[in-house]
Design a protein around this ligand. Sequence first.
Ligand SMILES: [Fe+2]
Ligand SMILES: [Fe+2]
Length: 481
Amino acid sequence: MIEGVSLIKKLLERGFNVTPEALELIKGIPSDQLDSLLDSIGQKPVLEYSDIIGFLGEIVEEDKPQAVEEVKEKSVYPEGFEPVKVPEKLGVRGAADEFIELVRKRFEFLRDIVLGKTGMDPIPISNLKASTRRNGDRVLIVGMVLEKRHMRDFSVRLTVDDDTGSIPVVFRKGSRYWERADKIPADSVIAIRGTYINGRIYAESFLLPDIGGDLEMPGSTTGKIVFISDIHIGSKYFNERVFTKFLKWLRSDYARDVRYLVIGGDLVDGVGIYPNQEDELEIADVYKQFELGAHFIEMIPRDIDIVYIPGNHEPVRQAEPQPQLSGEYLDLIKEVRPDIITLPNPSIVSISGVRICMYHGRSLNAISKHIPGLQPVRPETVVESMRWMLRLRHLAPIYGEHPVAPERNDWLLLDIVPHVLHTGHIHVYGVGEYKGVRLINSGTFENETPYIKSLGIEVTVGKVPVLDLRDLSVKIEDFSE
Ligand SMILES: [Fe+2]
Ligand SMILES: [Fe+2]
């Protein structure tokens, strides 16, 4: 058996990323058999549970964490469409021990990634603090940031915790990593190198889990994918004129290459989502909102496949990961489009080999609030917020600002690096890139609401990102005029 860190390193050297569930299985494989396993898999960017369990010759149905095959069996997807990571078997008690377990597993997975990059063994924090003889030693620790503070002289002080204890880490004002350290939010998993003096570490550098710059690109394929979100049908502020203009374009010759329409949540405005929402509703009945939604969806050409995940305004559970839309609301849409693909929020799918992570983006509020430099919310800052998801390898890296369910798997963990990350929610479009990953936020079709205005957000209505599958370039189609 090989330890987690060197194992991840070995897999990366062979060109494999690995899901946490697959990693757990691989840890149990004798090291002399690992090479033949990897040889038998051949070329595959991400090793999944199903790849490994087959090799072991065991089927552990009950414990199977990502039953992607089941999802595949249940639905017939268009050719070239595959679920890659889709939350399944959701449902927890929400008990404290479940949250603790979720954080522990996230920490362990991200710690192994960080350590794979340093190639060195960290010192457990309790060992450091146990001996004053270490004064002046250069040390490496890996932990989770409990809190960040500024000292009187503007130095940054992080409290970093591993499973043995916690320690203050100081980035002195003006030191090389000081400004960068100021951006690290709470709950980040981080490796820190520095000098130990009297119960503190004076930091010299740090590393985040981050994605590598070695993302393999999919083979070239044709067609386009249109990304929208935050339509808010039923709201007084829903801009029907602009949305109808968009739908008309979708039916026109200009959109003849479009193969998919991705709807990233908040299709309807819902009811009771926030206090006094009824004052802002044109249609105060969710069923009627979906009736109107189905009317619009019917206008989408049949040869464009629709993929739809919920947001915080859909009538599904609020805690993420959110299950896909179901019941009478889905029935209404299925009447007009029986082939609509509804998936949980978040989900990762592959379209002709292009991995697309769809996440409604509720965590963007917390990210822009807690990481300096991301306010005000504008196209550039939205994209920078999305980069932080990749640097921290998590879709909701900061805890406590919106409900997250402590499921057995951390479905928000970015263990698989997508080619495209799509979010919405913040009502400001943004398009950018990070280490080869295309970042797309799809703006809105809802005019400025009093609530959004109070947040100081200037919404971008009717600006729609379109991804060209040939080269993954993104163009904005503007329907706002
Ligand atoms: Fe929204
Ligand atoms: Fe939203």
